[in-house]
Design a protein around this ligand. Structure first.
Ligand code: ADP
Ligand code: MG
Length: 353
């Protein structure tokens, strides 16, 4: 017997949005990455993150950036609403983390969002609530207008009950402690890469921070986070490659230092990304200098022409593709190898103390 021909139906907008949101915001750590990037885009120098239940109950970020004007508040959580690009061509010349206007929209489809914000020229701060992309009343029967409130210049975004309407996602997540660790990992990466911004991360109700960085050099922040032992054994690497049109800024451990597990912090055009190819290249390179099962500390920031990088290959922007990957990796390895070899040579000729 022939099966009944299935009918094609259009999904409702709410279902479409919730599916799309799930691609961008897979877990609390993705949400915090987007929020940190927004705070950095707003020129903040101080960012405080407060978390409850691994970010599933509360995920809050407070910054001292330029704030959002009251007039823009109705648009903030609307999909594809952004203050950062206007034309498709702008994508090839992007100077901000955000551009798709999707993060807050996505978050508002899978949580309750409240934004309190103040610009320098506003007499007071304004607070608004959001659900499914639109500004909503705080209480049933109330008005959906933004409410005046007290506050400093900057923005506070409060996300409550993340995934309350996606139970299957909630179930798939790890324990709160593990989700919290992932949040701290994201904060750590951004703190090291943005060493002129101070970061704090703590749990709701706790007086002491689980993570705190103060403004300083990249090395200063590495010392604050990973301790003085590794900070003493770091080498700075800067390199401009005219032929391949890229720049390296790296801080890596020398051959006198090693750790049990590799710390590998990679940024491409200021985005925290993963690259198993670059990571493997570093492991191979250090294996010549370090004892077996010992690993290095690598913070590597690569900058290349925006036209050579496609940040749009992955919804969470975690993986990027760039031109001449093999050659870039080779040049990166050569540069680090030279430096490591030099440090070792100079140590060999140092008189014994
Ligand atoms: P995108 O960053 O891609 O523009 P988002 O959904 O992340 O999209 O943010 C939407 C808009 O909200 C931004 O373009 C920006 O104008 C505003 N915004 C979000 N977070 C902040 C913040 N912390 N400070 C100032 N403006 C913000
Ligand atoms: Mg953004």
């Amino acid at each position: 017997m022939a099966e009944r021909t299935p009918t094609i139906r259009k999904l409702s907008e709410a279902v479409v949005n919730r599916i799309a949101a799930g691609e961008i915001i897979q877990r609390p750590a993705n949400a915090i990455k987007e929020l940190i990037e927004n705070s950095l885009d707003a020129g903040s120098t101080s960012i405080t993150i407060t978390v409850k239940d691994g970010g599933l109950k509360v995920l809050q970020i407070q910054d001292n950036g330029h704030g959002i004007s009251k007039e823009d508040l109705p648009l903030v959580c609307e999909r594809f609403a952004t203050s950062k690009i206007r034309e498709f061509e702008d994508l090839s010349n992007i100077g901000t983390y955000g551009f798709r206007g999707e993060a807050l929209a996505s978050i508002s489809h899978v949580s309750h969002v409240a934004i309190t914000t103040k610009t320098a020229d506003s007499a007071c701060a304004w607070k608004a609530h959001y659900s499914d992309g639109v500004m909503v009343p705080a209480k049933a029967g109330g008005s959906s207008d933004a409410k005046p409130t007290a506050g400093n210049v900057g923005t506070q975004i409060l996300i409550e009950d993340l995934f309350f309407n996606v139970p299957i996602r909630k179930k798939a997540l790890k324990a709160a402690a593990e989700e919290y660790n992932r949040i701290v990992d994201v904060v750590t990466r951004y703190a090291i890469h943005n060493s002129s911004v101070s970061f704090t991360c703590k749990k709701v109700g706790s007086n002491s921070a689980d993570f705190r960085s103060t403004q300083g050099s990249t090395r200063d922040v590495i010392r604050q986070v990973y301790g003085p032992a590794v900070a003493k054994e770091l080498i700075d690497i800067t390199h401009h490659n005219d032929e391949l049109e890229f720049k390296i800024n790296a801080v890596v451990s020398n051959a006198n230092y090693n750790m049990k597990k590799m710390v590998f912090l990679l940024f491409i055009n200021h985005r925290a990304v993963d690259s198993s190819n670059i990571k493997r290249a570093m492991e191979n390179l250090y294996s010549v200098y370090l004892p077996k099962n010992a690993h290095a500390f690598c913070y590597i920031s690569l900058e290349m022409k925006p036209q050579n990088v496609d940040v749009n290959v992955h919804p969470t922007k975690k993986e990027v593709m760039f031109l001449n990957e093999e050659k870039v990796i080779e040049a990166l390895c050569d540069t680090i190898k030279d430096k490591l070899a030099n440090v070792n040579d100079s140590r060999m000729f140092k008189p014994a103390q």
